[in-house]
Design a protein around this ligand. Structure first.
Ligand SMILES: C[C@@](CO)(OP(=O)(O)O)[C@H](O)COP(=O)(O)OP(=O)(O)OC[C@H]1O[C@@H](n2ccc(N)nc2=O)[C@H](O)[C@@H]1O
Ligand SMILES: Nc1ncnc2c1ncn2[C@@H]1O[C@H](COP(=O)(O)OP(=O)(O)O)[C@@H](O)[C@H]1O
Length: 286
């Protein structure tokens, strides 16, 4: 039996890194939203007790460094599964981009294996297991628009973000999340008001949402890669309502309400960037 799970990318509409904790992680407050750009993870049971991972991407490890591989090994050990699995990742989300591609693949693998191995784990249990692999995995188990706190393990589903077009630019460089957090000084950093972004999303108030969107990590990554600021400015110049870096970067996204303007911005950005995507927010299944 083959099971295929969709693994969507996320953007951070708001990210506040509040303080560094004793364990080295940071306490965060985030508004996250899934977008319609997805990897696809397929799993197929095999009789031999092993994990075999393949992918169509040249940029991914296929061994224990892969988050999907780690998910399979963790479930296998914890629930004493006697058989094995072949995992294939169809990769569409850019890697090390601030879009949580690896975490989403991990979450999709957990969901798929929960079905394949009849483990009957709840979303909360899958999220708890996923937190052992990465901070963004619990959110990726739930997906859609959410208010996320702690290290990333507390996830509260909220209303879908207002309908709009999202244009994303992935600059060439890759950014290590750990190195960005290391360079962050929370005492002097900008702290967006996440409560107001959350309120705006709940009220479906697009103007209020874009007014308050912000990301504490943005200036850290921009200090290292000033071209992120240039992309942000270009997006605004071409007519975007708001532009922001996602997560630890380097992907920059902008939002716009009107389709014709979204297409114009996409085409203008394509003129001087190789990797540009036009997409929309994913809607929660009712
Ligand atoms: C910043 C965010 C925002 O959505 O996204 P990305 O830019 O990675 O997409 C996430 O919090 C990233 O989550 P994830 O990529 O899973 O991080 P992890 O593998 O758990 O951690 C990588 C490193 O980032 C730092 N880290 C991560 C999460 C957190 N709350 N505090 C931290 O200080 C730690 O130094 C850790 O060693
Ligand atoms: N399935 C996967 N997809 C993407 N990256 C993965 C995966 N498994 C492990 N990784 C590793 O995780 C790191 C972060 O990748 P990714 O999740 O794409 O970025 P980000 O956390 O910035 O959104 C990279 O070093 C990558 O090699």
């Amino acid at each position: 039996m083959e099971i295929i799970e969709k693994a969507p990318a996320k953007i951070n509409l708001g990210l506040d890194a509040i303080r560094k904790r004793e364990d080295g992680y940071h306490d965060l407050e985030m508004i996250m939203a899934s977008v319609d750009l997805s990897d696809y993870v397929s799993v197929r049971g095999i009789s031999e007790k092993k994990v075999v991972l393949t992918t169509d991407s040249n940029f991914l490890p296929t061994d224990k460094r892969n988050h999907a591989y780690q998910a399979a090994i963790l479930l296998m050990k914890r629930f004493d599964v006697k058989t094995g699995v072949e995992i294939h990742i169809q990769k569409n989300i850019p890697v090390s981009a601030g879009l949580a591609g690896g975490s989403s693949d991990c979450a999709a693998t957990l969901r798929a294996l929960n079905k394949l191995w009849n483990l009957e784990l709840s979303q909360a249990q899958l999220a708890e297991i996923g937190a052992e692999i990465g901070s963004d995995v619990p959110y990726c188990i739930y997906g859609n628009t959410a208010f996320v706190t702690g290290r990333g393990e507390f996830v509260e589903k909220i209303e879908d973000m207002p309908s709009c077009y999202i244009i994303m630019v992935k600059p060439k460089m890759s950014v290590s999340t750990g190195s960005v957090f290391k360079a962050l000084d929370t005492s002097s950093a900008f702290h967006p008001n996440i409560f107001l972004i959350k309120q705006a999303v709940e009220e479906k108030n697009y103007p209020k949402m874009i007014e308050h969107m912000g990301n504490t990590l943005e200036s850290v990554t921009i200090d290292r890669y000033p071209e992120i600021e240039q992309i942000k400015k270009a997006m605004k110049k071409f007519g975007a309502d708001v532009s922001l870096m996602s997560g630890s970067g380097p992907t920059v996204f902008c939002l716009v309400k009107k389709e014709n303007r979204a297409k114009r911005i996409y085409n203008a950005l394509k003129g001087f960037n190789d990797e540009v995507y036009i997409t929309r927010p994913l809607k929660a299944k009712k």
